[in-house]
Design a protein around this ligand. Structure first.
Ligand code: PAF
Length: 283
């Protein structure tokens, strides 16, 4: 497995890799959810292709400097996981290799970013789409694999690929969960053990709201009130809801009526640690 940090080296290494290429873009602090993405990436190109991973904590997608500072970093452990899973190339650049000092071009999407994280994290998705486009340009991967957990991010990347005629096939992978139902995230290690156990309330609350569909209920405010009550009942003092919304899964706009297929999504804080999760409403 090759590990490179400079753009010139990346291009050189890529030229020597077999095709097709699967790319898994990450910000490191790899966990079981990433392992599943890497396995999917390998399956997509087996037996002859190659798998590349990027590890880069992309500063321009952080809307709060303290969040960027506190983002977990564990390069040695990440490399071990990549080695273990037979990754061919790891690219772990510094900011200066990827962004020119007076970098001034951003990718902006103007519809799917209006709600959910797009509304509460200004500029976040400009940063995500910009780095993903840069990575797609650099790697020219046949496939790129992302977790469904970041539902809005995945929808936006698909939209960008469609709107900008990119050639990469974007592949989503179902959310991997801890045994208590908490969605796996690199941020989970910043929770205390008590918070980590408590955070099962997020998925539980979304499920409790979802189950209202079986009663014939279709008013969004009733679903949202149910989820809000479950989220807040017995929650620790440092717990707060950032947003809780019901949106159409295609355009991510709020719905007037809840029907099967609609998405209920939330972002919550335990102190400074922000967690996201969602659920598709099904009968
Ligand atoms: O999901 C992530 O880890 C990041 O947002 C991504 C897609 C690697 C872009 O920095």
């Amino acid at each position: 497995m090759k590990v490179v940090t400079e753009i010139a080296e990346i291009r050189e290494q890529l030229a020597g890799l077999p095709t097709p290429l699967s790319l898994v873009p990450t910000m490191g602090a790899l966990h079981a959810g990433h392992r599943a993405l890497l396995q999917r990436a390998r399956d997509l190109v087996s037996p002859s292709g190659a798998v590349a991973v990027s590890i880069f904590v992309n500063p321009i997608q952080f809307d709060r400097p303290e969040d960027l500072r506190a983002y977990p970093r564990s390069l040695e452990g990440d490399l071990e996981i990549c080695r273990d899973l037979g990754v061919d190339l790891v690219v772990a650049p510094e900011k200066k290799s990827l962004y020119h000092p007076d970098h001034s071009t951003l990718v902006t999407e103007s519809l799917l970013t209006r709600h959910l994280c797009g509304a509460t994290r200004p500029g976040h998705f400009d940063g995500v789409l910009t780095i993903v486009l840069k990575l797609f340009n650099l790697f020219q991967p046949a496939f790129a694999v992302f977790g469904d957990k970041d539902f809005q991010q995945l929808a936006l990347i698909r939209r960008m690929v469609r709107d900008l005629n990119l050639a990469t096939a974007v592949v989503g992978y179902p959310t991997v969960r801890e045994t208590n139902g908490l969605a796996m995230s690199s941020r989970n290690i910043r929770l205390t053990p008590v918070q980590r156990a408590d955070a099962s309330r997020i998925q539980r609350s979304l499920k409790a709201a979802r189950d209202l569909i079986a009663t014939g209920e279709c008013r969004p405010e009733v679903f949202l009130q149910s989820a809000r009550t479950h989220l807040l009942t017995g929650a620790p003092d440092e717990f707060a809801i950032d947003y809780l919304e019901l949106v159409d899964p295609e355009n991510l706009q709020p719905v007037a009526k809840v029907r099967p297929g609609v998405l209920i999504a939330t972002a919550c804080y335990y102190g400074e640690v922000r967690l996201i999760d969602h659920l598709v409403i099904k009968p």
